[in-house]
Ligand binder design. Structure first.
Ligand code: F0G
Length: 356
């Protein structure tokens, strides 16, 4: 059959599942790798830029890659309930896959600072939504503590099956390009995804499926940049609420990815993040959420400064869909709805004005 049935079926040989494992899938993965056509023309040097549009996963973010594995294994092990702390996307994904599996889902979300679309997803899919008076890092600590005292499986990225699922994005990129890219740029919050990509690229290199690995580049928001500080930080702040994290759980793994790949971490201000989100939307027709746009913001700066060399092939992960969080983007774009009478003449005039 040619029907696509999700990444576990596709990469079964490289994932920890058995022939008789009941797979919990919503058809995640197989996302487009889009070559940018307009933004690169305005750059001072020639760089081939692709975006891996993970916003097109079933719940609108890359988390679905990890969640299909984590929930499949939780069910296989007989678990009846999952739990996570989340800035929004993990909880949306967990809620959907728990519904699919027919098990309970508990999500701890921060006090405010969560995009409305993500909150709606968790509620609509029937999760128990527990809003704590604290931030993501506080929620993460509670989740780790409570898992020893209640019958719940943690599905944050400290669950090793999450990274197993997420590594498949690197496989797809290698297959699409026929090699690994020269650079891979992505946002870093809890640092699971950068670790998963590095696992995926390394696995393909080890098995001779490709003979190169990319330089890994991780970007953090300036107000939530523990990797830049070289230590955990308290009270992280950024407009990119998805990556408002000061105590990343995959600290060691992410540093290993940076060191082994010869890569780096850098930070971007909120203004740069929002400008990049708008640039992608207007120049390429791609709408991602603010946290995702940081990979473009950082990349453009690193190309301008020459840190990323001419002739390079670069992949940026756009981790989540822009529709998750339209409020901030709308504000950024300014009010651009023109009110007119419902008349032919008014519409014709509006067209002529706009094209003038
Ligand atoms: N981009 C988006 C849209 C995210 O939701 C996240 C993380 C990241 C990037 C960072 O990925 O944590 O693997 O380094 N969101 C988590 C959540 C924390 O709860 O949804 P990371």
């Amino acid at each position: 059959t040619t029907r696509y049935t999700g990444l576990i079926d596709k990469y079964r040989d490289r994932l920890p599942v058995h022939d008789d494992t009941r797979i919990i899938s919503l058809g995640e993965g197989n996302t487009p790798l889009i070559r940018l056509g307009n933004i690169p023309r305005d750059l001072p040097r020639e760089v081939d830029i692709y975006v891996k549009y993970e916003g097109l996963n079933p719940t609108g973010s890359f988390k679905d890659r990890g969640m299909t594995m984590a929930v499949t294994k939780a069910v296989e092990e007989g678990s009846r309930a999952i739990i996570c702390a989340s800035t929004g996307n993990t909880s949306a994904s967990a809620a959907a896959y728990a519904a699919r599996a027919g098990i309970a889902c508990f999500v701890l979300i921060p006090d405010g600072k969560i995009a409305l679309g993500k909150l709606a997803q968790a509620i609509v899919h029937g999760a128990a939504v527990l809003q704590i008076q604290g931030n993501f890092d506080a929620g993460m600590q509670i989740v780790k503590d409570v898992a020893g005292q209640a019958p719940v499986t943690i599905v944050n990225s400290i669950n090793p099956f999450r990274l197993q699922g997420q590594k498949t994005a690197a496989f797809e990129i290698c297959e699409a390009l026929g090699a690994a890219p020269d650079y891979h740029c992505l946002p870093v919050g809890n640092a699971g995804n950068i670790s998963a990509y590095w696992m995926g690229y390394s696995e393909y290199a080890e098995h001779g499926i490709v003979n190169n690995r990319p330089v890994m580049v991780g970007y953090q928001a300036s107000g939530a940049a523990p990797f830049l500080a070289g230590r955990m930080i308290d009270n992280p702040e950024t407009v990119a609420t998805a990556i408002r994290i000061g105590h990343p759980q995959s600290w060691d793994k992410a540093w290993r990815a940076q060191k082994e790949s010869g890569g780096w971490f850098d930070r971007c201000d909120d203004e740069e993040i929002l400008a990049a989100q708008q640039l992608l939307a207007r120049k390429e027709g791609i709408y991602c959420e603010p946290a995702s746009a940081i990979s473009i913001a950082g990349l453009l700066r690193d190309v301008r400064t020459g840190k990323i060399a001419s002739g390079s092939r670069v992949v940026c992960t756009l981790t989540g869909h822009g529709l998750k969080d339209p409020d901030i983007a709308l504000k950024q774009a300014g009010a651009t709805v023109t009110r007119i009478p419902a008349e032919l003449g008014a519409v014709r005039q509006a067209i002529l004005d706009r094209l003038a």
